[in-house]
Design a protein around this ligand. Structure first.
Ligand code: B12
Ligand code: SF4
Ligand code: SF4
Length: 376
């Protein structure tokens, strides 16, 4: 007769979860860390992270029936980097996790199958599945379940799987025997800290979200600070730099590849001018079932204009001029900033023309700044 733990492992593997572990629930010793992380403003506008910190530190307060957590890791394809010159081809960059369908949808369906299985083998069991959206410190529980260690980039890392996997959990009323905490293997390496383009990472597992490109491109709603824009390169949704540079991910193809499938190129390295042409309906149709819906059209197009500004390629001027007529002030303002980075006469003329017709005060300020900074 197989133990309950073995049957859970087998079911996890059958559903495509390559990592699986358990731990008993008990209050996490991270109150001081969480309080000072929040007090320092590191959550930015993600106010939900400050709600009910007591539940985050001890899930049994909200769910007294919960005894253990089943932690699961689901792999996604690491980015294969094709031989393209993004500045010449005017292509953006999308984080690898966003390729294909939104992982919340995919994993939620799998977790429901998993909980049905648990109810079948243990009648009357209480379960509560999570993927990303609940007040759970997912990486903390995963590390306690032996799924990997906290890298200095704050990602959960596994010796074989690197960090290219999602996490999901099921709180259960079962008393499961886990393997214990995995050892850390960052050693003296500090690549992620030094290579982060905006210096969002600090020693001591601190990520300052308001500086992180992933936060800025996905979660942040308003204008992006001017000093950060040049550092964003062509990232228009998420950022993989602190994973790309990690030696534990090296074996997954940081090497450049010639033969990347064309549909993957379009997903992860989309044409920036094409994205600027999307209206609301076009945006919703193109990103139906994709995580890219989250920043909405105006957030994504804001990011696209920044990338075009960072390209240094005069071919970006024409699409940016069109973006000055966008219905969203957020897009017009960032398009103005982007045009201000070009020395070509037509960029300046477009900005001057915009000043004569722009009614939005913030956009006018961006245009004035751009004219000031414009090298002509
Ligand atoms: C908010 C959030 C973000 C925010 C903030 C990220 C952050 N580091 O907090 C932003 C938008 C920036 C973000 C970005 C990304 N995210 Co995110 N995010 C989350 C979310 C929803 C909550 C994280 C959270 O609670 N942060 C609050 C802070 C306080 O928590 P923390 O940084 O984990 O802090 C812990 C450590 O510092 C640790 N700690 C403190 N002191 C010490 C001391 C020692 C010795 C140790 C060992 C640990 C330790 O304790 C703290 C509490 O656990 C989780 C899902 C979830 N519910 O957990 C996904 C999640 C962390 N994100 C994920 C992913 C994939 C990403 C991105 C890679 C996406 C991308 N490509 O753009 C980037 C990676 C950026 C990065 N380097 O972290 C995955 C990570 C999977 C993995 N293998 O680790 C998760 C788990 C989602 C999922 N279900 O798969 N994310
Ligand atoms: S996701 Fe990018 S910006 Fe954010 S910490 Fe990692 S390297 Fe820095
Ligand atoms: S880059 Fe180095 S320090 Fe950063 S997570 Fe990877 S091994 Fe750890």
């Amino acid at each position: 007769m197989h133990s309950l733990e073995t049957r859970i492992h087998t079911q996890a593997a059958a559903l495509g979860f390559t990592l699986c572990g358990f731990t008993r629930l008990s209050p996490l010793p991270r109150e001081e860390f969480l309080t000072s992380w929040l007090a320092a403003g590191n959550a930015g506008e993600m106010h939900y992270l400050a709600r009910h910190p007591e539940d985050r530190l001890d899930p049994t307060l909200r769910f007294p029936a919960a005894k253990s957590v089943i932690c699961l890791g689901y792999p996604y394809a690491p980015p294969r980097i094709p031989e393209i010159d993004w500045q010449r081809e005017l292509r953006g960059r999308v984080a690898a996790y966003a390729a294909g369908s939104d992982y919340h949808e995919v994993l939620t369906a799998k977790l429901l199958t998993f909980t049905a299985f648990l109810r079948e083998i243990v009648p009357g069991v209480w379960t509560r599945p999570y993927v990303d959206t609940g007040p759970l410190l997912e990486r903390e529980w995963a590390s306690r379940s032996g799924l990997g260690w906290f890298g200095k980039n704050t990602m959960l890392l596994h010796k074989q799987a690197g960090s290219w996997f999602f996490l999901a959990e099921i709180l259960v009323s079962l008393e499961l025997e886990g393997e214990g905490v995995a050892r850390a293997h960052c050693g003296t390496c500090t690549r992620c800290l030094t290579d982060c383009p905006t210096k969002a990472l600090e020693e001591g597992y601190v990520l300052k979200a308001p500086l992180c490109i992933s936060y800025l491109t996905i979660e942040h709603r308003g204008p992006i600070a001017r000093e950060l824009r040049p550092k964003m390169g062509n990232w228009i949704f998420g950022c993989d730099v602190c994973q790309d540079v990690c030696p534990w991910n090296e074996k997954f193809g940081r090497s450049r590849e010639d033969s990347v499938q064309q549909d993957l190129v379009e997903e992860l390295f989309p044409s920036l001018p094409e994205l600027l042409e999307l209206d609301d309906a076009g945006f919703r149709a193109r990103f139906r079932h994709s995580a890219i819906l989250r920043p909405k059209r105006r957030g994504l197009l804001r990011n696209v204009t920044i990338a075009l500004g960072n390209s240094g390629n005069p071919a970006a001027i024409a699409p940016l001029r069109l973006a000055l007529s966008d219905p969203e002030p957020l897009v017009r303002g960032h398009a103005a900033w982007a045009l201000g980075r070009f020395t070509e006469r037509e960029a300046r003329t477009a900005l001057e023309h915009q000043l004569s017709r722009e009614a939005d005060m913030w956009v006018r300020e961006e245009v004035l700044c751009a004219l000031d900074e414009s090298p002509l």
